[in-house]
Ligand binder design. Structure first.
Ligand SMILES: C[S@@+](CC[C@H](N)C(=O)[O-])C[C@H]1O[C@@H](n2cnc3c(N)ncnc32)[C@H](O)[C@@H]1O
Length: 259
């Protein structure tokens, strides 16, 4: 049954219908009369406007918010329906995860696999990484990210070498320098297996350290099944004032068995 569901979800012929139906189901599940009443209440409109003014995008004049499903993106890859919809990492959560111990920064290349509009890349620029790079298979999102790089300015930025590559992550060759790989629940199990395979190759090829930060780690068992990766921490992080902002992050370190 789960096998059939998986096939319906990822086959190019059935995936569009499956995803539309799932979206309607998901929306209907979250419908409540309280929500509707709140949506029609003018005082809530002002509250929302105030929140928007405090938002990351408003403060920096960038475009990183919203949710964009695979159906609404022009993606030329057989893995299109194996990806998770775009949604940027929450600013507070990203700040908290970067403060965890065991997160290398100096002399390290930060790579976001499934970078979307580049919010995590922009947030990473507040840290002293050597370079910051995103890999994303939706061309529209890469263009938005590049536009964001041009607009984003803050005196607190510690790295201004930002780039994004328009590519499927399964085709990306991980470089031999020290790496911090960031993933925020970007794809399904099959793609994660391929990515972990690439990470294993990279660890065998080069002694430069590899660390993986994985947010909302749905496929964490794939990482834990690898003898080349060690889970060093698993932390539930919260947004201080908003109870809806809550996410688990794992940190894995590249490790040579027997070393
Ligand atoms: C949940 S969003 C993550 C956004 C971003 N990492 C952040 O934190 O702001 C997942 C992103 O992964 C991208 N993606 C999914 N599968 C991919 C693949 N096989 N290759 C490249 N990008 C992929 C999607 O297009 C989407 O933009």
């Amino acid at each position: 049954m789960t096998d059939l569901k998986q096939r319906l979800k990822t086959h190019p012929l059935t995936a569009p219908l499956y995803q539309r139906l799932y979206y309607l189901y998901y929306k209907s599940k979250s419908f409540t009369w309280t929500r509707l009443r709140r949506a029609l209440n003018p005082s809530q409109w002002f509250k929302r406007l105030r929140n928007r003014k405090n938002s990351f995008d408003y403060r920096y004049g960038v475009d990183t918010s919203g949710r964009i499903g695979m159906l609404d993106l022009d993606i030329n890859s057989p893995n299109r329906f194996k990806g998770v919809e775009y949604q940027g990492t929450h600013e507070i959560l990203f700040k908290a995860v970067m403060d965890l111990p065991a997160i290398p920064k100096e002399n390290t290349l930060f790579i976001d696999l499934g970078a979307g509009k580049g919010r995590a890349l922009l947030l990473a620029s507040f840290h002293p990484f050597a370079r910051i790079l995103g890999v994303e298979f939706a061309k529209q999102l890469c263009d938005i990210a590049q536009n964001n790089f041009r607009k984003f300015r803050d005196p607190a930025q510690r790295c201004t070498d930002l780039a994004i590559i328009h590519l499927d992550v399964t085709e990306y060759h991980l470089p031999d320098e020290p790496l911090l790989i960031y993933m925020s629940n970007p794809f399904n199990r099959e793609i994660m297996q391929s990515v972990v395979g690439r990470v294993e190759e990279r660890i065998q090829r080069s002694p430069a350290p590899v660390t993986i930060v994985y947010g909302n780690p749905r496929q964490v068992d794939v990482l834990n099944a690898s003898p080349w990766l060690l889970e060093v921490s698993r932390t539930a992080l919260d947004g201080a004032s908003d109870p809806r902002v809550h996410q688990v992050f794992t940190v894995h370190r590249g490790h040579r068995p027997g070393a």
